[in-house]
Design a protein around this ligand. Structure first.
Ligand code: MG
Length: 387
């Protein structure tokens, strides 16, 4: 039950005002079409890809594909004189080993989500044909060349067609093989299937799946993309039991007290919660997997060393801490006199200013194990930004 994708990047993109074909223009450092390819690579059931480019641009496309590491390596095919001819060239490349389903996608829609792709595939399995679309919310006007309004058509039931448009392969192949109606311009693939009288199902999408048509669209896409990828947040939580005869260490600072936190390491809940928040923000797992508590190397470990290692892992992932906020839950001792020292220690390890590190302390009003003085816990939030 194979599923393939056809990424259409064959347009010259005259409205962009450059010599490069539109889908070869850079967005956040890679050609527009690669963003689409990466989104499709995240949908597991898609196992084949064909990229249709303007004739003469095949080698440049191959180079860009080699440089990136996506799960899907597309076959590159030269397009034809118009969009329909280019789609037919792509379908022909797939026809030697026909897939069950093919998703046809504009290479100029770089922000398509894997969820939307999967929805159109599921709908194509059920209905034979499906497309992403958004309901029209603006009032529509019809006007002549003189810009004088001649009517306001009702917008009820009207949708703005997007891609992916996803079909049973045999169905879209048959639709493209039918002689074209000279009276109507073919602007998308779904209309060819509609013309056969076959049902086509809409998968509601959002305006986020925009089509880059003008230089302004490219700027909007850049802003949307950088916002989604540049800022990441993570949460961490930890609790350790209090026991007599242990040193109490919080945020790397030794606090005079008659009990300390029990643990395989030094039991520093602030460090552990913060390390988990940093790992969480980078989606790198948790400290339990990186520093197992049955590993003798971490027996009695200084948690500030673990936290330092976590900051290195985060940096290797291309991320840097922006700020963090920690809430310590402890009935006693009073932490306020030590807050400044803890913030300074943590700021040093994270490589940020002291003003970027917040430590707050709360009691549990005598309730629960923390309130009864049997344990100390900490919550941490960390914000990372792409460097
Ligand atoms: Mg811990």
């Amino acid at each position: 039950m194979s599923v393939a994708v056809l990424i259409m990047a064959a347009g010259r993109g005259e409205r962009m005002g450059t010599d490069r074909p539109k889908c070869f223009l850079p967005l956040a450092g890679s050609p527009l079409f690669l963003h689409s390819l990466r989104a499709f690579a995240r949908v597991e059931e898609i196992t084949r890809a064909v990229l249709v480019v303007p004739s003469g641009w095949e080698a440049e496309a191959e180079r860009a594909i080699v440089e990136q590491e996506a799960r899907l390596t597309p076959q590159v095919v030269a397009g034809g004189a118009d969009r329909a001819a280019s789609v037919r060239a792509g379908l022909a490349a797939l026809a030697e080993e026909p897939p069950e389903i093919v998703a046809i996608h504009d290479g100029a829609r770089p922000l398509v989500s894997p969820q939307l792709i999967a929805q159109t595939v599921a709908a194509a399995r059920e209905f034979g044909a499906a497309l992403a679309a958004t309901p029209i919310t603006d009032t529509l006007k019809r006007a002549g060349d003189d810009l004088l309004v001649v009517g306001t058509p009702p917008r009820e039931g009207l949708w703005r067609a997007q891609t992916p448009q996803t079909f049973r392969f045999d169905l879209i192949q048959a639709a493209h093989e039918r002689p074209a109606d000279p009276a109507s311009a073919v602007t998308d693939d779904a209309m060819l299937v509609e013309a056969m009288g076959h049902p086509v199902r809409i998968c509601p999408s959002s305006a986020y799946n925009l089509k880059v048509t003008t230089p302004e669209d490219l700027k909007v896409a850049e802003r949307l993309l950088s916002r989604s990828a540049a800022i990441r947040i993570g949460h961490g939580y930890d609790l350790h039991r209090l026991a007599p005869g242990r040193r109490l260490i919080l945020g790397g600072v030794t606090i005079p007290w008659d009990q300390g936190l029990l643990g395989h390491s030094d039991g520093d809940v602030i460090c552990h919660a913060l390390a988990d928040a940093l790992l969480g923000a980078a989606a790198l797992g948790d400290i339990g997997t990186h520093f197992p508590d049955d590993d003798p190397r971490y027996a009695g470990a200084d948690s500030m060393v673990l936290l330092t290692q976590v900051t290195v892992m985060v940096a290797e992932a291309g991320l840097a801490p922006v700020n963090c906020d920690v809430t310590v839950l402890a009935e006693a001792p009073k932490l306020r006199p030590h807050v400044r020292a803890i913030r300074e220690r943590l700021a040093e390890v994270l490589g940020v200013a002291v003003s970027q590190v917040s430590i707050k302390a709360k009691t549990m009003e005598g309730l629960g194990p923390v309130g009864e003085g049997q344990a100390i816990a900490a919550h941490a939030l960390a914000l990372l930004e792409r460097r």
